[in-house]
Design a protein around this ligand. Structure first.
Ligand code: ATP
Ligand code: MG
Length: 308
């Protein structure tokens, strides 16, 4: 099972993803929580440094912070290494130029991020029972999840360039009187990667759901409604919507008026998301960092029936 937490900047995605992951781990599910946000505040929420490679932060809970940039660099290095063995020396500079260009193409960082996420999701069922993804703000996550063409341009581009380059190889080999027709290991590797991305897309469609998080105000509501439509159109399924920082009933003055507005927005949220469920999280006094405080929030999510 894969759960994404998405929503506008600062609404509480990281906090909710961390608390939910903790609640899953406590219930005996081996859980990996992954941050795809370049700001990487998951480490702050869990009050522990987090790296690209998953590490266990408490019993049954692993955490990782992944980056598209790092993954793209890693892939370029790998493919350059492959190319060094697979193509004649003269062709290598051209391949390297192509790679550098592909690494800067629009969509590459998102694809690379998804590539890394795919590696981690491949551990589902084996290393983990749950993967919880703390996403970057909405727009970014939506692109990542719903635009199939973003999944592959990086690989397609590389494969195309490789096909051209291997045509060139053959030409060169032919000129040198050595026309072989051997399988191309580099091209095979690229095709395997494309197959993996397709596997991931199917996996997401079958196994992933998105918790949209918002604060109960009108602008975030409008954005959440749009995000929900885009996700559903893109074939993603929604899970319970989390309305965060709900003011308590005992407020007076400005806060009482604010609360009245929040209640109006909440009514709209309930209307629209009745089917997937709505979970209210009150405005809390604590700093919400560290496992101790997250446990309190995890209790609250459990009581609210986050998983039912
Ligand atoms: N219910 C709450 N009550 C009080 N503070 C909260 C609550 N939920 C989250 N916070 C605090 O709000 C701040 C922002 O939360 P968080 O980092 O989880 O948001 P985010 O959506 O991940 O932000 P970003 O878009 O920057 O990644 C944090 O300091 C967090 O501790
Ligand atoms: Mg965050």
């Amino acid at each position: 099972m894969i759960r994404f937490f998405g929503g506008k900047g600062g609404v509480g995605k990281t906090t909710m993803a961390a608390a939910y992951a903790l609640s899953q781990a406590r219930n005996g599910h081996r859980t990996l929580v992954v941050s795809t946000d370049p700001a990487h505040s998951l480490g702050d929420a869990l009050a522990t440094p987090i790296r690209d490679e998953p590490a266990e932060v408490t019993s049954g809970l692993w955490a990782a912070e992944i980056s598209g940039e790092r993954q793209a660099k890693r892939r370029v290095a790998e493919i350059t290494e492959d190319a060094r063995h697979a193509v004649p020396l003269e062709v290598l500079p051209a391949v390297e130029r192509h790679l550098a260009r592909a690494a800067q193409a629009p969509g590459t960082l998102e694809s690379a991020l998804l590539d890394r996420l795919t590696e981690l999701v491949e551990g589902l069922g084996d290393r983990w029972d749950r993967v919880v993804v703390d996403s970057a703000p909405t727009g970014h996550m939506l692109r990542l999840l719903t635009l199939p063409e973003l999944l592959t341009p990086w690989i397609e581009g590389l494969a195309r360039q490789r096909e051209q380059a291997s045509g060139l190889d053959r030409l060169v080999a032919g000129m040198l009187g050595d026309a072989r027709d051997e399988p191309d290991p580099l091209l095979e590797r690229l095709h395997a990667r494309r197959a993996r991305m397709e596997w991931m897309r199917e996996r997401l469609a079958a196994d992933a759901r998105v918790h949209l998080v918002l604060v109960p105000e009108y602008l975030p509501l409008a954005e959440t409604l749009r995000a929900a439509d885009t996700l559903v159109e893109g074939g993603m399924r929604l899970a319970a919507v989390i309305v965060n920082r709900v003011l308590p009933a005992e407020e007076t003055g400005v806060l009482a008026r604010r609360r009245a507005q929040q209640q109006e927005v909440l009514a709209r949220v309930r209307e629209r998301f009745d089917g997937v469920g709505v979970i209210e999280v009150p405005l809390l006094a604590g700093a919400l960092t560290g496992l101790g405080e997250l446990r309190t929030l995890a209790d609250l999510l459990d009581r609210a029936g986050m998983d039912s």
